[in-house]
Design a protein around this ligand. Sequence first.
Ligand code: 9D3
Length: 255
Amino acid sequence: MRFDLLTIFPEFFAGPFDFGILRRAQKHGVIEIKIHDLRSFTTDKHHMTDDRPFGGGDGMVMKPEPIFNAIETLLAESVASEKPAAIVLMSPQGTRLTQAKARQLANDYSRLILLCGRYEGVDERVIEHLVTEELSIGDYILTGGELPAMVVVDAVTRLLPEALGSATSAVNDSFEDGLLDYPHYTRPAEFRGWAVPEVLISGHHAEVAKWRRRAALRKTWQHRKDLLAQAQLTPADQKWLAEFEAEKINEKDRT
Ligand code: 9D3
């Protein structure tokens, strides 16, 4: 996968891609990340990437010319690829990035051009005539699209078949089976008087699997009830959920 990131703050990206899986994926040629300074695609004397909004109002709008220039220049240099390029605007108005969306991007494209917005937004003609999709990473206000673009690179890269070491796998990820992860423990078996659940030390693989499923279900029930509606639940799962609900009522009764 080739990532092209378009930004007025190229220095913002120094660091985050140089560690762990992202570093390894670049070293092994699984991904290539190129950062482009929008300012270098300006043609005016003052290298302006923004201007005042038509119709008035506060804030500035990103000019269309540098963005069209940059992306048309990028598309002109052919990248060896079977699959097409997506031109993605990182924007609070975009559709939400989900695990399913990340998987779709990883599967459907061999090149992602990520345009990082700043100011109040970009000239609408960029969205109408250039951008193929708009993505938000969630319902909170950030200062620009740079951090969201990093999130896209990270989430998509770890889904590429060659990106993770053979020891790890993205198959059993939380969200892909619709539940949150179960709790993890490592040595020591007792830490400051807090013991690890007995079953995990027992060596009974089937019992461990059962415990983990129930614990994942409990975490999901506690923190993300909304996920339960979409999850594939067995009759055993349903029974456990009923137990959690009953437990909650009992707790209330005790007070
Ligand atoms: C007052 C209108 N604001 C829109 C909600 C203006 C505005 C605020 C923040 C315009 C741009 C931004 C900067 N944010 C992004 O560019 C952004 C973003 C975000 O703020 N949250 C989640 N995902 C994203 S993707 C890009």
